[in-house]
Design a binder for this molecule. Structure first.
Ligand code: SAH
Length: 247
């Protein structure tokens, strides 16, 4: 998958894209993320990319020329172009899955006050938000998006089952995880996890997931109860038990 990010601060991307899972995925050729400096496309003598807003107000707005020229010369015509923006569609797992199926897309990062509306309109950009708060620039938001999309690409994570069992993707929040040692300063790992009975372990994990989800994300819990009609008898018993618990 090829992702081209247009930004005034491409250097922000290098450490994130070069480290850990994303770094390995790049080395393996599974993802190809390019951060392009939009200033390089500015026709201005001082490589300016922003100007004051018409109508007044604080801050600077990205001018159309560098963005149009960059998008044209990078071949974005007819391609999916996202603009990171607090006004946008909220990034969630369904959008991440949708993007993971693409071969190529572009991301524009705004900075300061944002970008001239004509850039968004003429390039038919999809605005995407990473949450109800305002960042100083779209770079961190773009990296969040690239990160969560990348780990859905086959081969990027070690084992594919780590995906389907995870929070959100499984329809539930994840159960608590423990590692060695079994006893740390008197704090014990739950007994059931250490006895090697996989069926009991599975039912314990399901129960913990259900309890946590019911408490923290009642919306997600209700959806799970509505859609999971294929539970085994034992799983159904666990679910009925959790349903009967007082909040
Ligand atoms: N004046 C704009 C906010 C500009 S914030 C407004 O009120 O809508 C500067 C840049 O940060 C934006 O151009 C956008 O690219 C990015 N940004 C800020 N908050 C964001 C969020 N929640 N999600 C995605 N991008 C965001």
């Amino acid at each position: 998958m090829k992702i081209t990010v247009l930004t005034q601060f491409p250097e922000i991307f290098a450490p994130v894209m070069g480290s850990s899972i994303l770094g390995r995925a790049s080395d393996a050729g599974l993802i190809d993320v390019r951060a392009v400096n939009i200033r390089d496309y500015s026709a201005d003598r001082h490589r300016k990319t922003d100007d004051t807003p018409f109508g007044g107000g604080a801050g600077m707005v990205m001018t159309p020329q560098p963005a149009f020229d960059a998008l044209r010369s990078l071949g974005a015509e007819g391609k999916r172009v996202l603009y990171m923006s607090p006004r946008g569609r909220m990034l969630d797992y369904s959008l991440a899955e949708e993007l993971a199926a693409e071969e190529e897309f572009f991301i524009l990062c705004g900075h300061y006050e944002g970008v001239d509306q004509r850039i968004i309109d003429a390039w038919n950009m999809e605005e995407v938000s990473i949450g109800d708060y305002v960042l100083t620039g779209g770079e961190l938001a773009a990296m969040v998006l690239v990160d969560c999309v990348s780990r859905l690409i086959p081969g990027v994570l070690g084992s594919p089952e780590s995906l389907s069992e995870e929070s959100i993707y499984s329809g539930l929040l994840e159960y608590p995880q423990y590692t060695k040692p079994r006893n740390y300063e008197g704090l014990e790992v739950p007994e059931v996890l250490t006895n090697g009975n996989h069926k009991l372990i599975h039912l314990w994990q399901l129960r913990e997931s259900l309890i946590l989800t019911k408490k923290r994300r009642p919306d997600m819990f209700a959806e799970y109860v509505r859609t999971h009609n294929n539970l085994t008898k034992d799983e159904k018993k666990v679910l009925d038990d959790v349903l009967s618990l007082e909040d």
